[in-house]
Design a protein around this ligand. Structure first.
Ligand SMILES: Cc1ncc(COP(=O)(O)O)c(C=O)c1O
Length: 445
């Protein structure tokens, strides 16, 4: 086909991009297009300001286009565009690993870099299985996830994940996976600020899975400390400690997927600190560069790293890695982002704002169709009642109304509206979000 024939076949220049996790036809007929950003705002190509209620996609914790981060990326691109980290290295990847390790609790001292949350998760799952293998326990391969968990879109991640639409099209997932029950119960938990009182006992289901499969076959348990993508499910009080205790009892590794809960979202560097629970591995991504350059990775305990440091000096320790693990632009962006977090004390700021945020968002209780509101850190979800026979349509209409009429970016998760603003949000902007949300919810009533 000639190029002129091709362009004739495409009705407009939006056609070729098969957009991820998007209603493509709807978007292409009414594009929600963004062409610029600064601090708390996005701007459309026509120059309309959109208040960013979602930190992009849980990424831009420092706000957008922060000078220090932009300049670090620009300088890095001019100095060293790419260097391999297989058998070679560049200084900033090492500096960033040390800085991340310093933020993590206890002896989570080693960092393996990937480029996304999905890669971070698959890295952690592979690390868990390989760790047992190198210690002579190669039969420990089973992985335990959780219903309503989201761990990205790799085959490992969707296998341990608990979102039916993400799993059902993709044939045979990883064998040897089982799932804990999710922790949400509206009757017991509706309109809770922070962690619900009810639900810690759900961790005990891990005992049942250990009885069923035997600990000798289980490598690891992976959970999001706060499930995000299925509508924000804060952990019940005591739940994560209980999971840790059961993992310890049976020699199972515990992996926290902190791709969204890391870097201040819950008012601490990691949820592990907020909940005073030391996992064996932490998956991170997104906030490490405030979204400016793709990066992800796994922080692991010293004992895990050490288990791989055997064999001859010249031999490769772990047959895993990505061409762009620790990419120079991402490393530079990560270092500058951690500087911004530290200089502006943004994790502590998020902690201070949490009650203000929670009180403000919970004033939406009583608006039409609002069935539940959950808040934790600088995160909120507002559940709406579905329209009859159109599951998800009310939330989708709200997303459009928010963008086109109110100038607010919100996310949807099923019939939930999810808010996760940059950590630099002001009290006035919190009020602005709540005012807009009230009008949006009434508009889609
Ligand atoms: C908890 C969790 N894990 C993994 C991922 C996947 O990250 P990515 O989209 O960067 O692959 C996400 C993305 O939102 C996430 O929320």
């Amino acid at each position: 086909m000639s190029s002129s024939a091709k362009s004739a076949a495409l009705p407009n220049d939006l056609e070729s991009f098969f957009m991820p996790f998007t209603a493509n036809r709807s978007f292409k007929s009414h594009p929600r297009m963004i062409s610029r950003a600064k601090d708390m705002h996005y701007y459309t190509p026509e120059g309309r300001a959109i208040l960013d209620g979602t930190a992009g996609l849980w990424c831009a914790n420092a706000g957008h286009n922060r000078k220090k981060i932009v300049e670090a990326i620009q300088a890095q691109a001019a100095e060293l565009d790419f260097a391999p980290t297989f058998q070679f290295g560049h200084p900033k990847a090492f500096q960033l690993a040390s800085r991340i390790a310093a933020l993590a609790p206890a002896d989570l001292d080693y960092v393996f870099f990937a480029n996304s949350g999905s890669e971070a998760v698959d890295t952690a799952l592979k690390t868990a299985i390989a760790y047992h293998n190198v210690r002579g326990e190669g039969q420990k391969t089973r992985l335990i996830g959780r219903e309503r968990g989201y761990h990205g879109v790799g085959f490992g991640g969707i296998s341990v994940g608990g979102m039916a639409p993400n799993r059902k099209f993709f044939g045979s997932l990883l064998a040897g996976v089982d799932h804990l029950p999710h922790t949400y119960n509206r009757e017991q938990q509706a309109f809770t600020k922070g962690e619900p009182e009810w639900g810690a006992h759900l961790a005990d289901d891990l005992e049942r899975l250990v009885t069923l499969h035997d600990a000798s076959t289980i490598a690891a348990v992976i959970v999001e400390p706060m499930a995000g993508s299925t509508g924000v499910l804060p952990p019940p009080k005591g739940y994560l400690k209980r999971l840790r205790a059961i993992c310890d009892k049976y020699g199972l590794l515990l992996i926290f997927d902190e791709v969204i809960s890391g870097f201040g979202r819950l008012g601490a560097p990691f949820a592990a600190e907020r909940y005073d629970v030391v996992p064996d591995m932490i998956c991170f991504a997104k906030g490490i560069t405030s979204g400016a350059v793709p990066m992800g990775g796994v922080i692991m305990r010293k004992g895990i790293y050490d288990a791989f440091m055997t064999g001859p000096e010249h031999a490769i320790n772990f047959f895993h890695g990505y061409t762009y693990s620790g990419h120079p632009l991402a490393a530079a962006a990560g270092l500058a982002t951690l500087d911004v977090y530290a200089e502006e004390d943004l994790f502590a700021r998020a902690k201070k704002m949490e009650p203000i945020w929670a009180d403000a968002i919970h004033t939406l209780k009583g608006q039409p169709n609002v069935l539940d509101i959950r808040t934790l850190g600088l995160v909120a979800a507002v559940d709406l009642a579905s329209r009859p026979d159109a599951i998800g349509k009310r939330a989708f209409d709200a997303l459009n109304h928010a963008f086109f009429e109110e100038g607010l970016m919100v996310r949807t998760a099923g019939e939930s509206l999810v808010l996760t603003p940059p950590l630099v949000i002001s009290e006035a902007q919190i009020d602005e979000i709540v005012d807009k949300m009230g009008r949006i919810i009434r508009a889609v009533a």
